[in-house]
Design a binder for this molecule. Sequence first.
Ligand SMILES: [Mg+2]
Length: 366
Amino acid sequence: MVRITLVEAIPFAVPYRHQPRFASGTVSRADNVLVRVHTDFGLVGQAEAQPRPYTYGETQASIVDTVGGALNDALVGVEPVRSELVAARCASVTGNYVARGAVDLAVWDLIGKLLGVPCHRLLGGFADDVAAAHMVSLGEPEEMVAEAVGVSERLGVKTFKVKVGRTPALDVAAVRAVREALPHADLYVDANRGWSYEDAVRAGDELVEFGVRAIEEPISVDDRAGRLRLAERWAVPLAGDESCISLAHVDRALDEGAVRAVSIKTARTGFTESRRILDLCLARNVAVVVGSQYEGALGAAATVSFAAAFAATAGQPAELTNYLDLADDLVVAGPEIRAGRAVVPTLPGLGLVVDEDRLDHYRLDR
Ligand SMILES: [Mg+2]
């Protein structure tokens, strides 16, 4: 019987080639955490956590503390293949969504390696690739056009999530410019709660006219009445992201009625809770988007593994290209993206190999 002997958290920092900018924050470098789950069998499961203090309250330091402390205590001695026992033990640690999500992914990576099976097959294995969506960071409209056109030309991507949430005039100008440059692109927008209610009305009404197919988190998630009015006003779904960070959050958001599309991020709900969220959305006939929080290649491998695994997610674009915004990465090679589609890794588990020299170079704890 293989048992977990140690859950290790290694903080690291990798620079960006292209810094993510959105209404709730800017990421100047990827101050992430590599999670490693060790066993008495020698195999190691690994995954990556990305701190997003403005969304979850977690920092790089808090993730290191929680993973190496409470989550390590919860899992030492547990058999990794007993994934429901792992999930129950991790659930005893409240909050700390990103820390728990990364540990869940690392245990699934380990299970895959123990069984010699890629994670996307363990989860369901519906497809071997999935269409990739790219998130366009805030910038001057011409910069945003250059980013979208560049990714379209380099990777063949046809779907773009354009960041908005500034003044309505600037947001409308940026989305109009992207629409004119890529007239056939599939577009949706994400305001990251940056608009007031009045700005959301002004910007959102115009953006719907450009054929934007969903509007993600337009205003404060606490303004429930405002969200409901916007959802009733627009012909396109209001998508829930920051309001949908756990199974219980999704359940409440769907009861409230404003959210008609849910962003599922393996970076915060791992595979185990993400699957439960997917099932809840399927039961209620609510659309899902497999989303990204600008993870590196290990995170992107988790995202594509989940998105490709299920019939309900494999048929639509998942946010998969932004790991290429990093100037470097911890892994030998990231998930392959060709002709606009991300391909599932074929090696066991999450299917990526960490380059130990790069890890030594970028880790912050030595
Ligand atoms: Mg979002």
